[in-house]
Ligand binder design. Sequence first.
Ligand code: GNR
Ligand code: NI
Length: 172
Amino acid sequence: MTTRSIITLPDEKILRQVSKPLKQVDAAARTLFDDMLETMYDAPGIGLAAIQIGVPLRALVVDLAKEGEDKKPLFVANPEIVASSAELSDYEEGCLSIPEFYEMVQRPRDITVHYLDRNNEAMELTATGLLATCLQHEIDHLNGVLFIDHISKLKRDRVVKKFQKAAKLGKL
Ligand code: GNR
Ligand code: NI
């Protein structure tokens, strides 16, 4: 497994890409999943989408296990949200592509997702709580959407400008 570098703001040219479906979860896709998982654990984070390491494919990994607990990685390719609850829930979100910035985001509390797992098998998962939030955050990445798109334009513009300025000054 290989740790890859995580793409951050201000690199919207990459982060705003709409990722393409995998034709199937083959050996190359499993290598991608493994690299994503190692990169996520190393960061550390609870989720990672392929585009965050520069690969525009519809693949994501999630692991909500806390430090000291047994790891329980979830490998997800070509996810489709087939149901979302009307009930919403609020979480303070962060993103490895927007380091050290956190804001409350409201999303559907429960979702049902169809996807291909690490063995190319079709799966259905109903998630709630932090898992539902994290899956929605990762699926947004596959569509070029960042969690700052769900906050006020004032706060979004402010954080994007902060990263643009830092890059210009060579601080990223
Ligand atoms: O590590 C992460 N934590 C997190 C917290 C609340 C809501 C979403 C997330 S996902 C984030 C890792 C990341 O950037 N995934 O794309
Ligand atoms: Ni993210």
